[in-house]
Design a protein around this ligand. Sequence first.
Ligand code: FAD
Ligand code: 2HG
Ligand code: ZN
Length: 479
Amino acid sequence: LTKDRFPNLKRGSYGTVDFTDIEYFKNLLGVNNFITGEEVKSYNEDWLKSVSGFSKYVLKPKTTEQVSSILKYCYKRNIAVCVQGGNTGLVGGSVPVFDEVILSTSAMNSIISFNKLSGVLVCQAGCVLENLMNYVQSEGFIMPFDLGAKGTCQIGGNLATNAGGLRLIKYGSLHGSVLGLQAVLADGQILDCLNTLKKDNTGYHLKHLFIGSEGTLGVITKIAIQCPNTPKFVNVSFIGLESFGKVLSFFSLVRKEFSASLSSFELMDAVAIKSVQKNIGIKCPINDNLKFYVLVELSGDNIYISHSIQEFLEKALDEDLILDATVADQPSLIQNLWKIRENIPESLLRYGYVYKYDITLPHELFYEIVPEIRKRLENLDVKAVCGYGHLGDGNLHLNVATIEHNVEIASAIEPYVYEWTSKYKGSISAEHGIGFFKSKYLKYSKSNLEIDLMKKLKNTIDPKKILNPYKIFLQDENN
Ligand code: FAD
Ligand code: 2HG
Ligand code: ZN
């Protein structure tokens, strides 16, 4: 339990759910959407299996009005609430720390409308990303973002974490593609910013407050998002290189040559590839003895994409910039190449426990921290130290896999990795958020004034601090 691993943490002075509360929730939601007993266990534990709370109740509203009634009631009774989507978050933000009631958006999974002219999709927060992808695909559109967790994560959770993912380099962040949203505030008021207009400069854009707010400012209930048209041609190459210097030279050339069509530029080091091969059983499609691999996706309406990349790669091979490559333009082959990249997090977790760092750094420094951490850990019982991630966006995933959580290993990495990132003006959380794990380290990426203003906002919107307590802010700041 989280409380055992973090013994100094104190439960906030929140109300405890009693018989009357249970009756209220049951009446409001129906018995099937009020979960208690053994079934609650999986909602208490995060995807990484590294933190778990001991909530006894999961509430599964179907409508915004039900969310509003729940929060109004909890606000009055001072009951703390943990908002949960697909529970794939990687910073311990989606599960309770103590006995917070879990408000799951899983039953809010309706698509409300899709406008084929504008490409604007409006849906409820609990829609699973992959279902939305399939839906808009049948209309000739794609979602403007993609993640390895697509089969489980929900769009509300994606907004709440401001998820980045695999195609941010082309389509930008959710702050750009989300046109509007509806959110329920801590006291139950329904805030309707569900704009579907592309342009609207009427004062402050409150939607941005909720994008990346990690369940601490309100429950996102509906979303309006701009979907791009499906590109006519997609091409994925999987490339092996001998040094990180060459990876950067190659990236620079790819960007110059294919800027508008570049939809992903992903890095994987040898340790990450070995982990997928060994623990998942997916074979590396090219020479598996190289130091670095990149996956380049090009997409667009130019019929010559495939031809151009082949010529480009042949030249790079001739010049010894790259050492090996394979190219795919058929959907099933493309998917097979993506599987290697997308399975890295799962493969590392199979070792037992993973310390995860999700940092943004200037490109020149992108990989430097990985060998440095390897060196710091060389005498400790570590299964894998690897670097991979969205190199195109300057976002490194540094992962350290061990058999189990170990304090000595943790203190060899933290706060060192955050100090290092801060020294180079990087971000200590590029895309996963702060959640529970990183609240202690927020100061490495935000000034005192910024944190102060964030706290003032939190206090204004949720003065009783019932929404996702113990997350983003340190406990004494939050409770
Ligand atoms: P949850 O995990 O349930 O919740 C995440 C946070 O959002 C919590 O703080 C929760 O309280 C809050 N929240 C959830 N729903 C709502 C709501 N409706 N209203 C308000 N708050 C809410 N992330 C990336 O950015 N890029 C990646 O490439 C990426 N790849 C991943 C690959 C794998 C295999 C896994 C396991 C995770 C990956 N993630 C990635 C992290 C995670 O998937 C994303 O953060 C995702 O967006 C979380 O969505 P979710 O529905 O699972 O949210
Ligand atoms: C990815 O890009 C995700 O695969 C997960 O953001 C990264 O697990 C990680 O560290
Ligand atoms: Zn990522």
